[in-house]
Design a protein around this ligand. Sequence first.
Ligand SMILES: [Fe+2]
Length: 200
Amino acid sequence: MELNRQTAEQALKEASESNPGAWASHSWYVAKACKNIAACCKHLSAEQAYLFGLLHDIGRYAGVSSEKHLIDGYHYCMERGWEKAAQICISHGFMIQDINTSIGEFDVSADDYLFLKEFVANAVYDDYDRLVQLCDALAMPTGFCFLEKRFVDVTIRYGIHPATIDRWKKILEIKAHFEKEIGCSIYTLLPGVMENSCTF
Ligand SMILES: [Fe+2]
């Protein structure tokens, strides 16, 4: 199946009907952030980035889960021949390429755990992987937000993990990487970020 705007948007709509939740709205904002930032990067396609953002959490179609959504998303995309999107379904959870830096629960089989471990260690990341990792941390279900707000939101929900600070540092590094490329703050590309970050 061709991966394009229509198929990706349809996939997200169906998945959100299958497992309704804030994750779907978060995915739309991740996609918009990916598109807006990629549009300012000469070496990236805004359209591709948008599709990868839309699909990064598609594994949640299968129900409420923790790290299982990574592998469910991988299989969902691979079955459709969407190989890069499949990689991003896993890579967005691992800005550090080490399975032990996960903050979620491995609610997967022993075989799937080993698969994830190897996949994460051996994947070759490019700027699409890094862009989705960044934008995942820029989008609440209600809109764009400052990274620090999302960091706190996730930490309250998942708890403090030994890798938490290193994960934050990595995301801040990725932010700096893209800002060097685009020549301005990423927040200037995210409409409503100030209002959304400051609402109670
Ligand atoms: Fe996400």
